[in-house]
Design a protein around this ligand. Structure first.
Ligand code: HQG
Length: 198
């Protein structure tokens, strides 16, 4: 499998395992798990060839560790990023570091600085420990900007934080008074690199 095929298959798995399992007749349990054989069969009906080896390659090569296999290797789930209504993944609740970062595009700033960060279609707002990764996330939507979140202060005031299996931090929403605009490195560009896995 070349990189393009890997990326495309990863996006397909993200779409199915985070958002629309029913489009291939797949059922996720409340923890987001899908039976791999059912995934392969469902994908085949849509003309998409998957097998255990392809799935394993996508899981192993995911830079963000987007997918997790069950210990017995029979099931797969997306580590985070869900919008599917059937899924209510119980992420590990944890005390966050002092600051976390959210990458977004400048065109969303006005709205964010009015409403705070909201989860939108997904179940949570996604926050990261590394500024560089946050820049890459923001670039998907336009000119990136990184917001610095006072996560520990939020936590101390009763907001819950969770850390997904792939280390992404999750919280329900971030009110405006915990957000500050972080300085971007000069190298940031206006390019939309379209790396989103949805
Ligand atoms: C923005 C990637 C206007 C928010 C990453 C973002 C992540 C607002 C967009 C994962 C807003 C939602 C998720 C407000 C938030 N007004 N815009 N009040 N509040 N927004 O894709 O965080 O590569 O649902 O800033 O690593 O961009 O796909 O969330 O721009 O973990 O595996 O609304 O996706 O992972 O966009 O990305 P998304 P996200 P993958």
């Amino acid at each position: 499998m070349n990189n393009k095929q890997l990326n495309e298959t990863s996006k397909f798995l993200s779409y199915i395992l985070r958002h629309e399992p029913h489009t291939i007749g797949l059922q996720l349990d409340t923890e987001g798990w899908a039976d791999i054989n059912s995934l392969i069969t469902g994908a085949a009906k849509e003309g998409r060839v998957l097998d255990q080896a392809i799935i394993q390659t996508v899981v192993d090569s995911s830079d963000k560790k987007r997918f997790t296999l069950s210990d017995d290797g029979q099931r797969i789930r997306a580590a985070q990023g869900h919008s599917a209504a059937d899924v209510n993944l119980q992420h590990v609740e944890k005390e966050p570091p002092e600051f976390l970062y959210h990458g977004t595009a400048t065109r969303f700033l006005e709205s964010i600085l009015q409403q705070g960060l909201i989860a939108g279609l997904r179940h949570h707002v996604h926050l990261l420990q590394e500024i560089q990764t946050a820049i890459a996330v923001g670039q998907r939507y336009g000119k990136p900007v990184v917001l610095k979140i006072e996560s520990l202060r939020m936590y101390q005031q009763g907001f819950k934080f969770f850390q997904a299996e792939n280390s992404v931090w999750l919280t329900e929403a971030v009110p405006v008074n915990f957000i500050s605009k972080n300085q971007l490195p000069d190298s940031s560009s206006d390019k939309n690199t379209s790396t989103a896995n949805t």
